[in-house]
Design a protein around this ligand. Structure first.
Ligand code: ASP
Ligand code: MG
Length: 406
């Protein structure tokens, strides 16, 4: 089988781990599989490079910053390729450009436009293991662009699609996707499998297991992704789109949490067409991305509107709100920067009875106040105090009996 294996920063954090990864790849190749490897930068290299740039200037030029950040993954490909050769396995490190990964859009947030995979195929045919730098590509003008934090996962899925691989394997320092973060819930259980939809919701709602764009891409092309350990031999969690299994299901599969939530409430907003656009357009223009939005039914033509954003964007958003309020004729605004969210996810939970009630009751039984609620077809999310997020995850894991085998 042809497989694309991705190893994250923790899995290649030092020389020993790199040798260990090389050993696993060699074993796989000797077992008869064709392997293409995608790697992230070692450990915290990307953070360190960003800090280094910030120590030169508070606003590094985005183009030069991308050139700098792309070197993190380049270190990894060279070292992993060396480690493979040291084990007697021919291998070749390829930068995003050499691997034919073409991107569009902006520095720091590029999107993969296409993969010209001839070079990779050539190396494979010659018996060499291609080791590809994740998180980077080039524009048609050969400008280096990075793909956004954590986006090596996306590189791996895009390559699996371009190569027609049998599957993508995301090799991590955890053994798969769990019912909740095992660091918070000791009884959290590894899931044998999960659907794209469920994984996408978990990833978007704060689960760190896989980059949400990678899941989205895998889902569009129907490429199976196995999340598994880079350290030990483990069965992992298969992410797939098997509709039959989805119909069977009617329960909570996992809990995601995120402690990075801030909230802004705009009071006394005139209830007329165009107001919401007037509020959100300036925020979007300033690069503030808005998550949950709740608008109350209006009384006497005035309404309150509440929305959440990432805490890191709060200062920027607040600085715009005074102007926005006077532009739309709102009474004023209030901000709270210390919130988090907890979500239950599972295909079928919206159509089934009682999930919402059980979630709200369990939280209230433990004195956890719900500030906002949002839902999708397969998710229920409560915005709560950041300090209570860990408790809430444990409470809900118990309430929905997620420790029990399916
Ligand atoms: N090295 C990049 C980051 O830390 C990409 C990745 O790890 O996926 O964001
Ligand atoms: Mg990283």
């Amino acid at each position: 089988m042809l497989v694309v294996q991705k190893y994250g920063g923790t899995s290649v954090a030092d020389a020993d781990r790199i040798r260990h990864v090389a050993g696993r790849v060699v074993k796989r190749v000797r077992a008869g599989d064709q392997v293409v490897v995608v790697v992230s930068a070692m450990g915290n290299t990307t953070d360190e490079l960003i800090d280094l740039a910030l120590s030169i200037t508070p606003e590094p030029d985005p183009r030069e910053l991308d050139i700098l950040l792309s070197t993190g993954e380049q270190m990894s490909i060279a070292l992993v390729a060396m480690a493979l050769r040291a084990l007697g396995q021919d291998a070749v490190g390829l930068t995003g450009q050499q691997a034919g990964i073409y991107t569009r859009a902006n520095y720091g947030s590029g999107r993969i436009a296409r993969v010209e995979a001839e070079r990779i195929k050539f190396e494979l045919a010659a018996g060499r293991v291609p080791i590809i730098a994740g998180f980077q590509g080039v524009t048609d003008e050969q400008e280096i662009v990075t793909l956004g934090r954590g986006a090596s996962d996306t590189t791996a899925v895009a390559l699996a699609i371009a190569l027609g691989a049998d599957r993508c394997e995301n090799c991590k320092d955890v053994e798969g996707v769990y019912t909740a973060d095992p660091r918070l819930v000791p009884t959290a259980r590894r899931l044998a499998d999960i659907t794209y939809e469920e994984m996408l919701e978990l990833a978007t709602q704060g689960s760190q297991v896989m980059h949400n764009r990678a899941v989205e891409l895998a889902s569009v092309y129907g490429i199976p992704v196995l999340v598994t350990s880079s350290m030990v031999d483990a069965p992992g969690t298969l992410i797939h789109g098997d509709p039959e299994q989805m119909e069977e299901r009617n329960r909570v599969r996992g809990i995601a949490h995120d402690t990075d939530v801030a909230k802004i409430t705009v009071r006394g907003v005139p209830d007329k067409p165009g107001i919401a656009a007037d509020i959100f357009e300036p925020l979007a223009a300033a690069g503030v991305s808005v998550d949950t939005i709740v608008q109350n039914a209006s009384e006497r033509d005035l309404t309150d509107l509440t929305f959440t954003i990432s805490r890191k964007d709060l200062k920027r958003a607040e600085s715009l709100m005074t102007g926005i309020c006077s532009d739309v004729g709102a009474a004023g605004f209030a901000a709270d920067g210390n919130l988090g969210k907890v979500s239950i996810v599972g295909v079928g939970i919206q159509t089934a009875q009682g999930y919402a009630a059980r979630m709200f009751r369990s939280l209230s039984d433990h004195g956890i106040n719900i500030e906002m609620i949002s839902t999708s077809e397969i998710r229920l999310t409560c915005i709560i105090d950041a300090e209570r997020v860990a408790d809430a995850v444990r409470v809900l894991h118990d309430a929905f009996e997620l420790e029990r085998a399916e």
